[in-house]
Design a protein around this ligand. Structure first.
Ligand code: DGL
Length: 354
């Protein structure tokens, strides 16, 4: 009898263990790559408005959201731990190369990048253009530090992992997940200094709704990205210098001349209205274009398209019109374009396609 009972117990334990193993094995494997930001931020004292970005590690972030294990087998790596106002080419290249390396293996089904929100829109679009995989990559952050009352980071991270683990997310490019929304990395832009709902699409590009880990999807974006992109940085050690010139009443040409002298290979105009600027800046940009600098007209207004030859004769001056892209995203596409060409006609085509 005893032998029968011990055999039965053995069988039950084996079945349970197999079930746990099978359930664990069935869960997608998601890697969280941390770079810092408010999502990893801590206040000096609870309740204080001030805080320091990039205080907590990726292990702390994962431990703070135990329900992640219901969604996926999650692991983490610390790529950097900085406020994203300090994001730079070295971290961009390290992040992009690590993402492509991880996604090329069957061990990783998707990636979440935790990041500050100040330059998240730039990193998300950069990765949207250089990640060479159809597997989901999701950039996520928070507007309140991890120690704050009603911190938004934990739920944003939970939703981000749910998107990265969702087979429906494949082939749609890189995402930004913030405040229960799923944005294309091409479209997401920060529109408020402090509000949790700060991320909005420039013109279009909300990819869906993330609601406590349940995703509702909208039609995918049209432009080329990830595996359809011709932009690759896996062998790059540096990126071309592209700067942004902000236009305003009475703006002088000095800014443009100084950037050209400093070695800018591309200049993006954050123009007034439909990508306009003063005669002085226009003259300096025309001279720069004549000397081989790629000049792209975008607008500081945040929504709407800047199209060719409306108030500025782009054909005559050799400029590129940024179409939908705001200045920070236009800068990303311009610097990647410059890895292929300095011909404004070819760069303009990239702005229609990416
Ligand atoms: N220092 C800013 C950054 O890392 C804080 C903003 C945030 O992460 O929400 O972008």
């Amino acid at each position: 009898m005893k032998r029968f009972i011990s055999l039965t117990v053995l069988v039950i334990v084996a079945v349970l263990a197999a079930g746990v193993f099978e359930a664990r094995a069935a869960k997608p494997k998601i890697m969280i790559l941390a770079t810092g930001g408010t999502i990893a931020g801590a206040q000096a004292k609870p309740g204080e408005a001030g805080y320091t970005s990039g205080t907590f590690s990726v292990a702390n972030l994962i431990a703070a959201v135990p329900l992640l294990e219901d969604l996926a087998q999650v692991s983490g790596e610390q790529i950097a731990n900085i406020g994203s106002q300090d994001m730079n080419n070295a971290v961009w290249l390290k992040l992009a190369k690590r993402i492509n390396q991880l996604l090329a293996t069957p061990e990783v089904d998707g990636i979440v990048v935790t990041h500050g929100t100040d330059t998240m829109e730039e990193t998300a679009y950069f990765l949207h253009l250089v990640v060479n995989s159809n597997k989901p990559v999701v950039v996520v952050g928070s507007m309140r530090p991890a120690t704050a009352m009603s911190a938004d980071g934990p739920l944003n991270l939970y939703n981000a992992v749910a998107v990265a683990a969702d087979p429906e997310a494949r082939g749609r490019g890189v995402f930004v997940v913030m405040d229960d929304k799923i944005f294309s990395g091409r479209a997401a832009t920060k529109t408020d200094t402090t509000a949790v709902e700060t991320f909005q699409p420039m013109n279009r590009g909300v990819q869906g709704a993330a609601y406590f880990g349940k995703n509702r999807w909208f039609p995918p974006p049209g432009q080329k990205h990830t595996t359809k992109s011709e932009f690759r940085v896996d062998k790059a050690e540096t990126l071309p210098r592209v700067d942004i010139v902000y236009s305003y009443v009475n703006a002088p040409r000095d800014m443009v001349d100084a950037l050209v002298a400093a070695g800018a290979k591309g200049i993006v105009l954050a123009g007034v209205g439909d990508g306009n600027t003063t005669d002085a800046v226009l003259a300096a940009l025309t001279e720069a274009a004549k000397n081989g600098v790629v000049v792209v007209r975008s607008s500081r207004v945040g929504h709407g398209l800047v199209r060719r030859n409306i108030e500025v004769d782009d054909d005559k001056l050799g400029f590129v019109a940024a179409e939908e892209l705001n200045p920070s995203k236009a800068r990303v596409l311009t610097l990647l374009s410059l890895m292929h060409t300095k011909d404004p006609k070819v760069v303009q085509q990239y702005f229609y396609e990416y």
